[in-house]
Ligand binder design. Structure first.
Ligand SMILES: [Zn+2]
Ligand SMILES: [Zn+2]
Length: 339
């Protein structure tokens, strides 16, 4: 029994040497790495090439379904981390995992380390390079978490030309592959609002409506009557007024030139404004931050929101307000004009 075992051991040693010898056909005896002088040969039917750079740099040749056909160690560090690994024939994801893990084990992932994935070539339309890189990045992220190490993950696709969207106030220019270029523009606040996206300046301070001398003008149609309206919300006389206009569709006969001068266009319709409510005093105006509440003599309140130094918007409206002939639509914008 002992003899058989010894024989088997001897046999396996011979095979081991034979294995090494095969790999070392072209090498000199002084070489200590078995693969150093074996010239790498690209596999015939690869579909894509991904270069992984940590400091060890490894080129992976993949087939159409993302299986790794061959591994080319580009530098000596790459030989160090791959020499004990069996990677051929494995899924791309698993190969990335083993390479990053081995790089870490061999001390190549130090402080401020970077792991870079670059698709260098894609020979087939079936290769989804974006997906390949996403897989690589996700795998590297998972490995970092698992090993409790930190490194920056970068990717590049040499086979793809980025098409960047325009940057906006809050978003940097972005390609559909996920690559980002530059930074978001940031808001450009003018008079409490962004000149580009109209976002409100959270830090804006408006002058109180009670100290702004002038009127807030707006137009709306209720009961087929145009209201060319004005609110005066400052000073000792606070009031609501409106010129009232009738739709000229309902006008019989020929309009005189002076009657035409009274005509106002609104939302594609023409109204002749020939009567009005006169200034009707309001009971009160209160202001709470951007909220402005105007209350008429009957206790009906019109609630407005300050949207700019010179703009208010109706946020809630009673069925009847002051002497207006109908409800002011929510969303109506009032614009301030100084006296
Ligand atoms: Zn892109
Ligand atoms: Zn903006």
């Amino acid at each position: 029994m002992k003899k058989i075992l010894a024989f088997l051991l001897a046999l396996s040693v011979i095979f081991a040497f034979a294995g090494c010898g095969e790999k070392q056909t072209n090498s000199t005896p002084s070489d200590d790495t078995a693969t150093s002088d074996v010239e790498f040969k690209k596999p015939d039917n690869y579909a894509s090439v991904v270069l992984v750079t940590i400091n060890p740099e490894v080129r992976l040749y993949l087939d159409e379904v993302g299986k790794v056909l061959a591994i080319e160690p580009v530098n000596d560090d790459a030989k160090t981390i791959t020499k004990d690994l069996q990677l051929e024939g494995k899924e791309f994801k698993n190969v990335v995992k083993e390479i990053v893990t081995s790089a870490n084990k061999n001390g190549f992932i130090k402080k401020d380390a970077e792991v870079n994935f670059k698709v260098e070539e894609a020979k087939s339309d079936k290769v989804n390079t974006t997906e390949l890189l996403n897989t690589a990045k996700q795998t590297a992220t998972d490995v970092a978490t698992e090993l409790k190490v930190e490194f920056e993950i970068k990717s590049e696709d040499k086979t793809h030309t980025h098409t960047f969207s325009d940057a906006t106030c809050t978003k940097a220019a972005k390609c559909e592959c996920g690559e980002v270029s530059g930074e978001a523009l940031g808001h450009n606040y003018v008079d409490g609002k962004c000149s580009r996206c109209k976002a409100e300046d959270p830090n804006v301070k408006y002058t109180s409506v009670k100290t702004k001398s002038g009127g807030w003008f707006f137009m709306f149609v209720a009961n087929d009557t145009l209201h060319d309206a004005r609110l005066v919300l400052s000073g000792s006389e606070i009031y609501a007024s409106a010129g009232l206009g009738d739709n000229i569709k309902n006008f019989d006969g020929v309009m005189l030139p002076e009657e035409l001068e009274d005509c106002v266009k609104f939302n594609g319709e023409t109204y002749r404004v020939a009567r009005g409510t006169g200034p009707v005093p309001l009971k009160s105006v209160t202001e709470d931050g951007k909220k402005v509440t105007a209350t008429d003599e009957n206790g009906n309140s019109l609630v407005l929101t300050r949207t700019g130094e010179t703009t208010l918007k109706v946020t809630s409206s009673p069925d009847v307000f002051s002497e207006y002939d109908g409800k002011i639509p929510v969303g109506t914008v009032l614009t301030f004009k100084a006296d």
